[in-house]
Design a protein around this ligand. Structure first.
Ligand SMILES: Cc1cc2nc3c(=O)[nH]c(=O)nc-3n(C[C@H](O)[C@H](O)[C@H](O)COP(=O)(O)OP(=O)(O)OC[C@H]3O[C@@H](n4cnc5c(N)ncnc54)[C@H](O)[C@@H]3O)c2cc1C
Ligand code: FES
Ligand code: FES
Length: 462
C-alpha cells in the first residue's frame, strides 16, 4: 500500500509504486487539471507540488514533473494538484495570472500556477529572478512569456515584505491567499504517517530522482520492484569536513546548488547548475544519479571531474572510495557492482591559487542536454606558473573525459600557451557524429570552450 495526502484527501492505494503520479491523479483520481503532454520532463504541463515532512516538523514543498515521479516516491508526502488550490476564490497566483493576461489556451497554466506556488512556499528568498528561475521548466506555446513574467513580478511585489524562512512561512502564505487554509493542518497530518523503509529486495531498481530512469524504461519500472533513495534521510546532507565538502548520495541538484557550503566555497556553482535541466527536474534529480547515469555529457559529472571529486561506494558489507576519474569503464559502464550504491560524493575545496570555470553549449540555454561541455580547475603559483591543471570534457568520447594536459604544468598560460592548450584538447577529443552535431564541430567546440575558460577565468575567480 502507498499512503499519502492528495490535496485534502488521505490516499491509501494498492496501485504499483512505479505508476507515475501523473497517471494516478488523472486516471485513478480523475483530477484532470494536471495536464499530460511530453511525458519526458520537458514541458512542465504536469507539474505538481510534493511536500515532504522535515525533521523540524515543517513540510518542504517542491514543484516536480509528475510524469517522471513514481507513486512510491510520494509515500508519506503531501501531493498538491491545481484542484488542491481551489477554494471559494482564486489564489493570489491565479488572480495575478488573470490580471496580467498570462493565460490563453490555458494548457500550461496549471503547471505555471504550481511552479509559482512552489516558489512562494520553498524559495529561500522571494525575488523576481528566483521566480523566473522557478519557471524555467514550464513551456507556454501561446501566451508569450512577457505577461507570465509580469504576473511573477507582481507576485514578488505582493510578497516583498515576507522575510520568514520557508519552514516558518506557511501561516503568512495562507493569510496572503497563496495557499488554502487546509495547508496549515498538513504538517500534523503527515506526522501521523509511519516512516517506510526505502525498499529491500536485492533485485530492486534503485530510484534516486527517477528523471533518467522514468524516461528510459517506464514500462519496466511499472512491473519491477523499486527502492527509493529519497527515503534515505541519512544520505541527505551537504556538509563541510575540513578541506572537503561531503555530499550524501540522496542530495538533489537543487538542494546542492542552494546549500550554504556550496554558496560559500563554490559560489559559481549556484549559477552553473541552473544550466542543468529545469527547476521541476532539479528538485528531484540527484547529483549521484547524474554521476551513475554515466552519460558522456552529464553536467554534474563534468563539473565534479574537474573538481577532482571522489565517490564513496557502499554495499555488500563494504565501503570503498574511487576517484571519479577512474569510475567510468566504457560507454554507460561504471565501476559499480550489483548491490552497491554511491553513498557520498567528496569534493575537495579549491586549493589556494585555484580557479574554476564551467562552459556548456546546447541548443537552448535551459532544459537541454549539452552538445559539448567542459570544466576547468587551474592552480597557479604567485608568479603565474601552472602547478595543477584539470580540464574535463563531455560529448567528445564514450565517457566523460579528463584531458591529459600534464605537459602544460610548469608553464605560464599566456595567449600562445592557451592556444596550444586548446589545440591539444581538440587533438584528444574523439567525438562521434550525432543529433547534437558532427564530430568535426564538437572537436572545434571543445577547443573554443578551453579558450573560453581562460578568457572568462579572470572574472570568475573563486
Ligand atoms: C527533460 C530532461 C532534461 C535533462 N537535462 C539534463 C541536463 O541539462 N544536464 C544533465 O546532466 N542531465 C540532464 N538530464 C538527465 C537527468 O535528469 C540527470 O542525469 C539526473 O541528474 C539523473 O539523476 P536522477 O537522480 O534523476 O537519476 P535516476 O533516474 O534516479 O537514476 C539514474 C541511474 O543511476 C542509478 N542511481 C541513482 N542514484 C544512485 C546512487 N546513489 N548509487 C547508485 N546508483 C544510483 C539509478 O539506479 C539509475 O540507474 C535531463 C533529463 C530530462 C528528462
Ligand atoms: S508531461 Fe511534459 S513535463 Fe511532464
Ligand atoms: S496558455 Fe496556451 S500553452 Fe500557455
Amino acid at each position: 500500500m502507498t499512503s499519502f495526502i492528495l490535496n485534502e484527501r488521505l490516499i491509501s492505494t494498492g496501485e504499483r509504486p512505479g505508476l507515475t503520479v501523473l497517471e494516478f491523479v488523472r486516471d485513478v483520481s480523475c483530477l484532470s487539471g494536471t495536464k499530460e503532454a511530453c511525458r519526458e520532463g520537458e514541458c512542465g504541463a504536469c507539474t505538481v507540488l510534493v511536500g515532504s515532512p522535515q525533521p523540524d516538523g515543517s513540510v518542504a514543498y517542491r514543484a516536480c514533473a509528475s510524469c517522471l515521479l513514481p507513486l512510491g516516491d510520494v509515500e508519506g508526502c503531501h501531493v498538491v494538484t491545481v484542484e488542491g488550490l481551489a477554494g471559494a476564490a482564486l489564489t493570489l497566483v491565479q488572480k495575478l495570472i488573470v490580471e496580467h493576461s498570462a493565460s490563453q489556451c490555458g494548457f500550461c497554466t496549471p503547471g505555471i500556477v504550481l511552479s509559482l506556488t512552489g516558489f512562494c512556499l520553498g524559495a529561500k528568498k522571494i525575488s523576481f529572478e528566483g521566480a523566473v528561475d522557478a519557471l524555467d521548466g514550464n513551456i507556454c506555446r501561446c501566451t508569450g512569456y512577457v505577461s507570465i513574467r509580469n504576473a511573477a513580478r507582481a507576485l514578488c511585489a505582493s510578497l516583498a515584505k515576507m522575510d520568514l524562512p520557508p519552514a516558518k512561512r506557511l501561516a503568512e502564505l495562507v493569510n496572503s491567499g497563496v495557499v488554502p487554509g487546509y495547508f496549515k493542518e498538513i504538517p500534523a497530518r503527515l506526522s501521523q504517517f509511519k516512516a517506510e523503509p526505502a525498499g529491500t529486495g536485492s533485485d530492486a531498481v534503485l530510484v534516486a530522482g527517477g528523471t533518467d530512469l522514468f524516461v528510459q524504461k517506464p514500462e519496466q519500472l511499472l512491473e519491477g520492484e523499486l527502492c527509493f533513495l529519497s527515503k534515505r534521510r541519512d544520505l541527505d546532507y551537504v556538509k563541510l569536513d575540513g578541506e572537503f565538502l561531503r555530499v550524501g548520495g540522496a542530495v538533489t541538484i537543487e538542494d546542492f546548488r542552494q546549500s550554504p557550503p556550496v554558496r560559500q566555497y563554490f559560489p559559481a556553482l549556484e549559477k552553473d547548475f541552473l544550466l542543468h535541466s529545469s527547476a521541476i527536474l532539479r528538485n528531484k534529480a540527484t547529483l549521484a544519479g547524474n554521476v551513475v547515469n554515466a552519460s558522456p555529457i552529464g553536467d554534474a559529472t563534468i563539473i565534479l571531474l574537474a573538481l577532482d571529486a571522489r565517490l564513496v561506494i557502499s554495499g555488500n558489507g563494504a565501503r570503498r572510495e574511487v576517484p571519479l576519474s577512474k569510475f567510468y569503464l566504457g560507454y554507460k559502464k561504471t565501476d559499480l557492482a550489483c548491490g552497491e550504491l554511491v553513498s557520498e560524493i567528496v569534493i575537495p575545496l579549491l586549493p589556494k591559487g585555484a580557479r574554476y570555470h564551467f562552459e556548456k553549449v546546447s541548443n537552448r540555454t535551459t532544459l537541454d542536454i549539452a552538445a559539448v561541455n567542459s570544466a576547468l580547475r587551474v592552480t597557479t603559483a604567485p608568479d603565474g606558473t601552472v602547478t595543477d591543471l584539470r580540464i574535463s570534457a563531455g560529448g567528445v568520447a564514450a565517457v566523460p573525459v579528463l584531458l591529459a594536459l600534464e605537459s602544460f604544468k610548469g608553464r605560464k598560460l599566456d595567449a600562445p600557451a592557451v592556444e596550444a592548450l586548446a589545440k591539444a584538447a581538440e587533438a584528444e577529443a574523439r567525438p562521434i557524429d550525432d543529433i547534437r552535431g558532427s564530430a568535426a564541430y564538437k572537436k572545434l567546440l571543445l577547443g573554443r570552450l578551453v579558450g573560453a575558460h581562460f578568457a572568462a577565468a579572470a572574472g570568475e575567480a573563486v
